[in-house]
Each structure stands twice: as C-alpha cells, then as structure tokens.
Design a binder for this molecule. Structure first.
Ligand SMILES: Nc1nc2c(ncn2[C@@H]2O[C@H](COP(=O)(O)OP(=O)(O)O)[C@@H](O)[C@H]2O)c(=O)[nH]1
Ligand SMILES: C=C(OP(=O)(O)O)C(=O)O
Ligand SMILES: [Mn+2]
Length: 587
C-alpha cells in the first residue's frame, strides 16, 4: 500500500503496543467496504435498514454512556501548559503518552487493526492535508470513508513525506472513567480511547481538522475554523460565498443547505452548499480569502431535520448513510427521530436498543444528539466547487449562537478588528452535542472554545494578523442570532429558509447596496431593508429583534470584561481597545 518509512515505523510501533490479531489496510474500494458492512451486520455492530426505502443505509447504536463529545476529557498536550491556554484542558505530553499507552496496551487482542489513510480536502489540493487513523472499529472505518477521502490515492499523494497526522483510536471497553481524547499538536498526533461516538473517534473531523489544524494554521499563516461554507446565487447568476461559525447544534448544517423561500426561488435565487461544519481558509494569489471544506460528508444532527426545516439534508440521507442513535421503526425497518414528522412509530426500538412505542411513550425515541453520516455528493444543492481544490472566495464571515435575548437578529462589525472582537465575545446556550448541562449560556469565541488547539489569546492574535494580511480584501464580519425567544419561550424569528432574508442583507452590505443604523455594538439593518415579502411577520416584531438594549449590553460588557481576564497579557491590545470602545459607546 505504501513504502513510506514514517508510516510503516509508526504502524509497527502501534501494533506492538495494542497487539491486534490482524491488520487490514483500507483501500477505499467498494468491495472492501461492502465486506466490512456485512461483517458489522453479522456481529450486530450495525443494522441493515430497508434497502428499498434507504439503499445502502445502516443503523448503529453507541453505548448509552457514549453519545456526545466529552469536553472535560479532551486535552491539548503541548509541552508547555501555557501553550494550551486557559480555555483548554492540558496534560503533560510525556505523562499523557504513558497514561494512554497503558490504556491502549493489548486492547486490540482478538481484534483487527484497520489502517485508514485519509485526505482532509480534495486529494492533491494545495489546501489538503493527510492523516492516518488506526482503529479497531468497523463503524469508524465506514464513517471515515464517508467523511473523508479514503484509500490508495492518499498513499500515492503522501509519497515519502513525513507531513501527516497520526491518529490512534482504541475502543477499549467504553469505560467513561478512562475516556480520553488527547491531542499532541507538536507531534501531529491524536489518541482517542474508550469511546465510539463520532465527534470523539472520527479523528479527521474535530480532532484533526480543527484542533490540530488550527495549530498548523497559526504556524503556517492560514485558518482552520468551525464554519459552514455556502454560495448564494442571485437571479443574475452571480454567486457570493459566506462562511459562518456557530457552536455545535446551533444551525450550521441547516444554514448550509437552506432552501430559499418561495418568492426568492421564483426570482431565481439558489443556495450552493460547500461545507456544513469546517472551513480551511488561506489567502489566494488575488489577495482574497479562499475556503475549502476539508470533509467529504456530513455528520449532522438528526432531531429536528424534516421535510420542512431541511429537505436537502433529509434528501442527502436517503442512501449510503449511517444513522447513529436514532429510533428504528420495526414495521418497515426505517428510522425515526423527534421532529422528523408527527407520526412516531408504534412498533419501534429506541436509541438505547429497548422496545419503544412512540405513540404512548414519554421517552425520546432518538437521542437528542443522534446523527446521520451522509455522503456530500448526495446533497441536492452541493456546490460544483465542493470537490475542487482551489476553494471559494469568501465575501462575508458570520458568527452566531443561541441567545434567547440580548443579541439582535443580525449586526455588522465596524471593521475587521471589531469583527474579531464580535467573534471573541460570542456566547451561546450549550446543546446536547457535548456531554453536560444543556441551555447554559457560555462564552464560545468563534464557536472554537472546544476546538482551538492552542492558546486562545494567540488564536485571537492570529485573527488580527490575518486581517492585516488581507487588508482591503478581508471579508466583512457579521453576527446573527436566529434564536431570540418571546415571553412564552417560542422562537420569534421563523429561521431556516427564511434566514436567506438576513443573508441577503449581509450580501447587500458587502456590495455597498444596503443602509444600516449605527448602534453601540455595530451596524444593525433598518427594519425596512430586511425583505419580509411572503412572510407573516410584522415590521414591529422585526424591530423588536433588531433592538440593541443598552441595559442588557452593559451587563454583557461586564461579562466580557470578566471573560477577558482569563487571557491575561495574552489578550491582544486590539481587543482590549474594542471592549473599551464598546463600554464608551454604551455610556
Ligand atoms: N429555531 C431555529 N432552529 C434552528 C435553525 N437552524 C437550525 N435549527 C435547529 O438547531 C439544531 C441544530 O441544527 P444543525 O444545523 O444540525 O446545527 P449544527 O450542529 O451547527 O450543524 C436542529 O435541531 C435544528 O432544527 C433556525 O434557523 N431556527
Ligand atoms: C461533530 C459535531 O459537530 P456539530 O454538532 O458541530 O455538527 C460534534 O459536535 O460532535
Ligand atoms: Mn452540523
């Protein structure tokens, strides 16, 4: 498969450590994948679904204690503790290797080691990077084969180079007390033990493409961000691309695949999905910022996905998809989740594998963080640029989170550094995507709190430096909040497809075609400039969610002040200046 010495030596070393019975090289062929699917079904690791309704689709259930990312067990193991920074958990690399090797030792006995060569980014793209994951889980092999470009071509592209990311995954016995997701940015290495949940074990995704890559990006002058990428085509056929960072389960996949409201469709607006979770961005020869999606599939949240909210995502999951922790309808061997439709199955099995009657049960059929792993090529609106290595030029960067109050529907930063400030103060209510409490507001700068592989203060600095490099070519920076609640706790803004109305204003601002009102936090639209045509939504209600409330923002500024203390003298002076300016504006 490969004669790359650095690869062969490492595999030999890991083999000696974990002691597999057998070693299988994943070549990316359909024959090999099909044989693995059959094997996983024979052991119960996966369930083959109704092949007429869902061709090539399978169901998998993780252990009940292993259903989300585990942030308090995720570590950045840099040699100096300071380099991991105040927002990461840190372990000394020597101690971490020892602890992890002790857990991993002999854990593949009686099992097979699968060697997965994968490329993050279209193979051969100047922005792509290569990784190798060793795993003892067929589920991981099959998911990685959807989420990344996998197979022989990766070895051919790597050649003799030592520039690749090592990933060791050991399922062990899913002991939550011994679960660790450890990153060694200085060694290009990831080790994940005692989990089988996607975000913890599909090592190309959050571990490599965000934690390791953000560190590489800092050193190499590019950016790895927790962002979707989408193209907005106007009736003249012009396409503008935007990248948007929202925390996990705050609407990236939905925005990336949105269906324009009817009036917009009739006029000829189209949305093109480039990516739904991760963007790697680099300055191009023309000086603009170009983004690729390093992934090859979507690992999306199932609950809430339906024919109305996200028909494109639903269509994407109709073939070749692996569902994880959703409910199984035994009548026709299909899948169901909360929010799919109003007809939960009667004769079903819930995500825990227990008999479940959805018509009477007060328990959920699917786990709130249940997922689909679907090939990007299935997506009806996948961008023709998706598979090209050059990337797409980004006109606007959008930050956003879940805030019941305070943050308006949309606002624009005054300039790049003010935009970096807006990203750095992002706050959002926690979701089921990570273990722990749900609905608690926490600061999540650039939606990277759980994913930045180095000191967050240095990361802010890197953003500021990117702005200096990009100069007048820098994308404009915005913030959105689809999640304002009314007094009864209902979402005020209709969201989903109607978010295009906000994107339109954003594009118009980039083109210098729309007006705005200056507020203490930045530029807010004039309510009349958001197109409400065809929507049952009053201008007054819109004004309400565009309002910047001084009392709330004064409290917010205090919260930011407190949050910024964490970074000490690593807080860039530019951001300190921005906070002072905000306070002054609020007076
Ligand atoms: N109210 C509202 N909910 C949304 C919107 N977009 C997404 N959601 C919900 O937020 C959850 C997570 O969405 P998803 O796009 O999968 O988030 P991701 O994890 O960031 O990709 C789902 O339950 C969606 O239905 C929106 O515009 N408004
Ligand atoms: C893979 C994940 O992504 P997201 O929720 O951002 O889609 C995750 O959080 O585990
Ligand atoms: Mn998503």
């Amino acid at each position: 498969m490969t004669s790359n010495k650095s690869v062969l030596n490492w595999i030999e070393e890991m083999k000696t450590l974990v002691c597999p019975d057998k070693l299988v090289w994943i070549d990316g062929s359909e024959e090999q994948l099909e044989a693995l699917r059959a094997e996983a079904c024979s052991t119960g690791e996966m369930i083959k679904l109704n092949q007429e309704k869902l061709p090539g689709c399978y169901l998998h259930r993780t252990a009940v204690n292993d259903v989300a990312r585990v942030e308090d067990r995720t570590f950045i193991c840099s040699r100096k503790e300071e380099d991991a920074g105040p927002t990461n958990h840190w372990k000394d690399p020597k101690e971490a290797y020892k602890m992890l090797y002790d857990i991993a030792r002999g854990s593949y006995k009686g099992r097979t080691m699968y060697v997965i060569p994968y490329s993050m980014g279209p193979i051969g793209s100047p922005l792509a990077k290569i990784g190798v994951e060793l795993t003892d889980s067929i589920y991981v092999v099959l998911n990685m084969s959807i989420m990344a470009r996998v197979g022989q071509k990766v070895w051919d592209t790597l050649g003799d180079s030592n520039d690749w990311v090592r990933g060791l995954h050991c399922k062990c016995d899913i002991d939550a007390e011994k679960r660790y997701i450890c990153h060694f940015p200085e060694d290009n290495t990831i080790i994940s033990v005692n989990s089988g949940y996607g975000g913890n074990v599909l090592l190309g995704k959050k571990c490599f493409a965000l934690r390791i890559a953000s560190y590489l990006g800092k050193n190499e002058g590019w950016m790895a961000e927790h962002m979707l990428i989408l193209g907005i085509e106007n009736p003249m056929g012009e396409i503008k691309y935007v990248a948007a960072a929202f925390p996990s389960a705050c609407g990236k996949t939905n925005l990336a695949m949105l269906i324009p409201p009817e009036g917009y469709r009739k006029k000829g607006y189209k949305i093109w999905t480039v990516g739904d979770d991760i963007a790697w961005m680099r300055q191009g020869k023309d000086g603009r910022l170009y983004a690729i999606n390093p992934e090859n599939g979507f690992f999306g949240v199932a609950p809430g996905t339906n024919e109305k909210s996200n028909p494109n995502a639903l269509a994407t999951t109709k073939s070749g998809t692996i569902f994880t922790n959703v409910a199984q309808n035994l009548d026709d061997n299909t899948v169901w989740w909360e929010g799919l439709d109003k007809n939960p199955p009667k004769n079903a099995v819930n995500w825990k594998g227990e008999p479940w009657d959805g018509t009477t049960s007060d328990q959920k059929g699917a786990h709130p963080n249940s997922r689909f792993t679907a090939p990007a090529k299935n997506c009806p609106c996948i961008s023709p640029e998706f598979d090209k290595g050059a990337g797409v030029p980004i006109s606007a960067i959008i930050f956003g989170g879940r805030r019941a109050q305070t943050t308006p529907l949309v606002y624009q930063s005054r300039d790049w550094n003010n935009g970096v400030f807006v990203g750095s103060i992002m706050a959002s209510e926690t979701t089921a995507a990570a273990a722990g409490a749900v609905g608690v507001v926490r600061r999540d700068p650039m939606a990277m709190l759980p994913f930045c592989g180095y000191h967050m203060g240095d990361y802010f600095k890197h953003w500021i430096e990117m702005g200096e490099k990009l100069g007048a070519n820098a994308p404009k920076i915005f913030n959105v909040n689809w999640f304002r609640l009314d007094d009864e706790g209902h979402f005020i803004w209709p969201g989903f497809g109607d978010n295009l109305r906000v994107l339109e204003w954003i594009i118009h601002r980039c083109e210098g075609k729309a007006d705005a009102v200056e507020t203490p936090i930045g530029y807010v639209p004039k309510a009349e400039d958001i197109n409400l045509e065809g929507l049952d939504f009053s201008l007054d209600t819109l004004k309400g969610i565009l309002e910047v409330n001084k009392d709330q923002w004064t409290k917010e500024a205090d919260g930011i002040e407190e949050f910024y203390k964490k970074f000490g003298d690593k807080l860039p002076k530019e951001l300190r200046g921005q906070l002072d300016l905000l306070k002054k504006n609020l007076k």
